[in-house]
Design a protein around this ligand. Sequence first.
Ligand SMILES: Cc1cc2nc3c(=O)[nH]c(=O)nc-3n(C[C@H](O)[C@H](O)[C@H](O)COP(=O)(O)O)c2cc1C
Length: 144
Amino acid sequence: MKAVVLYKSLTGTTRKAAELIAGNLQQEGWGITAVCPWSHPEMAAIQDADVVIIGSWVDGMFAFGQKPFGIGAIRHLPAINGKLAATYCTFAVNPGRTLDKLGAAVGGLGAEVVGGLALQRFKLAAHSEEFAARLVANVPLPLR
Ligand SMILES: Cc1cc2nc3c(=O)[nH]c(=O)nc-3n(C[C@H](O)[C@H](O)[C@H](O)COP(=O)(O)O)c2cc1C
């Protein structure tokens, strides 16, 4: 399987998660076509990928109003019809319903969203590893 990891990061956590996820997937034998910000997507790498992974950071009031940063821009990314997708967000305290919102936005791009995970910023390595393991397990068997 080939994946592309698209992320948006303010202070580096979500970018670091993207790199960790890519490394973990490579250890599982997957190819990575690119790790790049979704604000500057590498179109050929997206085209070449079977699975599109989209990550952002939780933007909210900590106890309420949480959403993926850049949800409007994510809704306007190029269509990824026919591809599988997975989402992640990084957060500090409480992600709220960020993943649901991100999953709905990515589903709106035409992809089949196979899962998502909220990664706590202080447990980034462990949670990135869990994300990759769950993604590999959730890809339909004939495609693996
Ligand atoms: C303006 C702003 C709002 C945030 N709101 C939340 C929030 O509602 N809940 C939460 O758990 N973390 C919140 N955070 C923390 C970030 O989501 C978290 O630190 C994230 O890992 C940052 O990712 P980055 O380093 O890639 O920018 C907020 C951070 C900022 C700057």
